[in-house]
Design a protein around this ligand. Structure first.
Ligand SMILES: C[S@@+](CC[C@H](N)C(=O)[O-])C[C@H]1O[C@@H](n2cnc3c(N)ncnc32)[C@H](O)[C@@H]1O
Length: 295
């Protein structure tokens, strides 16, 4: 895999206008006190607006936190328990793993393993369904893989993926890292950093700068609900933008650089792949950063 530094933003005007219109119509209906409407588009607009408001109300309480509250952790566990009840295997079964959203991290991890033989371990923060880790662990038996996520259910759903060189840990990654319970020469986030607040993500990076050689991100850049075009690299370091699917957009480049990492690979691109996205202008960010202080 060639390393590159590229940004391709493709936000079709139609999608931007649609989201902006939904927010405005939803706002108008809410202002007028109209709670029920007929017509698919109006219903969608109202739901879109309510979802956004509900998310923003919840999010505002926490946006300046640098760690999760117990209540947030309980909510994540409850949500994940629900997610685990839906079968995941078919998505991976039907598509070549490297074409899945999760599997796109594989070439990035392997590019580091090829270039740096000193790497002995890989840690996935927020692994959930660890098929990709299992694939990597089978291909690289000499590397120790650790997957962390919340809840005992996480351990159960990944039972089939057990191998000698893969470990599943139930817990809060930030605390486990700070306590030295988990570590990795490579640490990766795949659709997980987008759920983490700016201050908390930067706290992760400062801990990782002491122990990790490489940080890898495979993160969605979900279009914001108001139709704005966001280039993450142009956001201030300490700013995050909330987008339509409860995801946050960060300036990942600035965040890793602040902690002393050097960006080796940066690719922002419109999503194209087997999964049909609700948002046609969904983008993804691939980033590999090297710890300049690592020996
Ligand atoms: C959107 S899912 C992505 C799962 C998986 N990486 C993938 O690509 O399919 C985010 C996962 O991160 C987990 N998570 C979020 N914050 C976490 C934290 N601080 N410590 C451990 N797990 C976390 C959630 O429980 C959830 O399973």
């Amino acid at each position: 895999m060639e390393y590159q530094d590229t940004t391709v933003l493709r936000y079709p005007l139609k999608g931007r206008i649609k989201r902006f219109a939904y927010v405005m119509i939803g706002r108008l209906l809410t202002l007028l006190g109209i709670r029920e409407v007929s017509g698919r588009r109006l219903k969608q607009a109202l739901k879109h607006f309510r979802d956004k408001r509900e998310f923003e109300d919840a999010y505002r309480q926490y946006e300046n936190n640098d760690q999760l509250t117990d209540q947030q952790i309980d909510e994540i566990i409850a949500y994940q328990t629900h997610v685990y009840s839906t079968p995941r295997g078919s998505h991976f079964g039907e598509n070549p793993v490297e074409e899945t959203i999760q599997g796109r991290v594989i070439p990035m991890i392997e590019s580091i393993l090829t270039r740096d033989p000193a790497v002995r371990s890989v840690l996935n923060i927020g692994a959930r369904y660890a098929y990709v880790d299992h694939v990597l662990a089978c291909r690289h038996p000499e590397i120790a893989f650790t997957c962390v996520d919340f809840s005992q259910k996480f351990i159960e759903v990944n039972r089939d993926f057990q191998r000698d060189n893969i470990r599943f840990v139930d817990g809060y990654a930030l605390e486990l890292l700070e306590e030295g319970e988990i570590a990795g020469d490579i640490v990766f986030f795949s659709s997980t950093a987008t759920l983490i607040n700016n201050l908390e993500l930067r706290r992760y990076m400062h801990i990782l700068a002491k122990t990790t050689r490489y940080v890898v991100f495979n993160e969605p850049i979900d279009p914001p609900m108001n139709g704005a075009v966001i280039d993450p690299s142009r956001l201030p370091l300490d700013r995050q933008v909330s987008s339509s699917d409860r995801c946050l957009i960060h300036n990942y480049r600035a965040i890793v650089e602040e902690a002393g990492f050097e960006v080796l690979h940066y690719r922002l691109f419109p999503y194209e792949g087997p999964l049909k996205m609700r948002e046609p202008d969904m983008h993804f960010l691939h980033l590999i950063a090297h710890n300049t202080t690592a020996t």
